[in-house]
Ligand binder design. Sequence first.
Ligand code: NAP
Length: 673
Amino acid sequence: MIEVQSFAHGKWIKPDNSARSICSAVDGSKIAVAGRASLDTQSMLHYARNEGGPALRALSFHDRAKRVKALAALLSEHTESLTQLAFNTGATRADSKVDIDGGIGTLFVYASKARRELPDDVVCTDGAVEQLSRHGTFVGQHIYTSKPGVAVHINAFNFPVWGMLEKLAPALLAGMPVIVKPATSTCYVTEACFRLMIESDLFPAGSMQLITGGTGELLNQLESQDIVSFTGSADTALQLKSNPKLLRACVPFNAEQDSLNASLLCPDVLPDSDTFNTFINEVCQEITSKAGQKCTAIRRIFTPLSLTDAVTEAVSARLASIKVGNPALETSQMGALVSLEQRTQVAEAASQIAQHAKLVFGESTVEVDGASATEGAFMSPMLFRCDTPDAADTLHSCEAFGPVSTVMPYRDLHHAAQLLNAGAGSLVASVVTDDPDYARTVTVASAAYHGRLYFNNQHSAKEATGHGSPLPHMTHGGPGRAGGGEELGGVRSIKHHMQRTAIQGSPDIVRAITGIHVNGASEHQSDTHPFRKHFGELQIGETLHAGPRIITLDDIEHFAHFTGDTFYAHMDEEAAKANPFFPGRVAHGYLLLSFAAGLFVDPDPGPVLANTGLDGLSFQKPVSAGDSLSVSLTVKRKTTRNDDYGEVRWQVLLFNQDSEQVASYELHTMNAL
Ligand code: NAP
């Protein structure tokens, strides 16, 4: 019997008499207890706010990212023990790969994105500097800083590891301590993973706490700098987010809840084609993976009228070949639902669906390999068919959170989009077509109702990541019925855990706050050429002025013939004059760039290791033969990349003899530390 513990104010706390029992999905036996009514949630919050938060916020984004990466590496060594434990939740090895390996992969992606896309700092910017004044002495910049509160994460039962890690990574990267509350039915898997994280000592004390069982007074004790991220059913979401104390304190509440996701087969697809088979594969995968207990699973299958029979037959044939069995057996393709109660709930939802649709595949009893079909929470996959989808609201609103789906025909693409949208907001809809015009039509008609639109066909099938896979790079969430929440989405989800503030002030003030040079801020001059300085020696705002150099007609012609760019604006006075942009023949923009480099570069080997690119190039004024060119090179921002070098971004401005800016860009170099 596992005594599932909570981890509160630095200590493991055992369940007490108030604990709830947890049964195995495989044989119904009691395997664990979890929960303690007397858990002191107020002191947990105090500990997180006063110990975990300040210690996390003392680390930069990069320091936090290094720890997240180390955590992922450590957990990778324990996937087998977690997989073994998860068999009792009904999850097969393949299911746990999504949950455990998927969760660890998510940590790796976050760590890498945070290192690449965020500064080695505690403040990050959002968008570009806004010019708020005529002469540039007053500017604006949106920034993000860490909230001094606690992130409370309430998770659903179906992904005990991924569900925790996909929320934990962005919160910790954002500098927020976390209290994790997993669903009780699978919390012993979460607790085992959490224990590894605590034992790793990678994050400061107070960064992570765990509540197994009920949350007691926790939600009533939250304040405006805290946030709640909830994943679960729409009913629980509604109950929790209507808590008057949360509403009064304006505690952000992010809800990821159930939705009636759909898959649409477009009319261009022929039966038995590769794209048709791709559709059948995806649908069957979503019905059986995690025994259909996925928030993204396909509940509604829309087919052209002419293909409804073919789809129904193909899906039924495939489902008939699925081996339901003890999840620990390698041969089992579908395991059990999480509990007998869950099976009862799914059966009830299926009987509501049956009032509007005909069961075309599925038995009330199922043959199970290696376990008892009645003692364990096993059930047969079920496929329904409804030929009157407009008259059956239940099919668009009743979520059977198990291996249950319904095939429905549509008349034309307009009707298909109406049916897709009838779910009133979903996490994901997939569209299977080889026709890009159909893809565009469905997008315009339906995108507003779905958090993700997933297109697949014979060309993308091999590499497509799957209808049901939320990815750490892309936002996961959906409007309306799906909860209106947003998770994942790379750096975007780190920012969800932070506060955005509009900063207004002089360029010097804004630069001091963000650590990024702002046009118009004072320049630092130095006697040493910046290319002779190591990464750590360069100061933000340090500026080199170089030039002037006169541009001649010979330069322009030489460059034109040397490169082959003999465009008329550089070579033909009459034609150039006729162009509304040019006074006559003008220098190539790329010639100006090359001359600028010739003016500011210091040639000898030194700390500048490579020029890795440029951004935001713009040519603002034509330069003619006889004009002169000067350049300013300013250290704009610096980001360490590893122990050997860091990236320097330089603001480069090009001027003519009248000090008018003619071009600008941001140059990227890698510099030795
Ligand atoms: P649930 O019953 O709504 O529970 C979700 C979480 O809320 C659990 O941790 C639960 O804890 C907790 N909870 C319930 N009442 C609470 C209360 N009064 N105070 C504090 N916490 C409370 O959902 P579930 O059965 O675990 O998960 C299945 C549902 O989640 C499905 O409807 C599915 O569609 C949805 N889901 C959505 C997503 C998504 O990303 N949109 C992902 C996965 C699942 P206990 O277990 O201790 O009751």
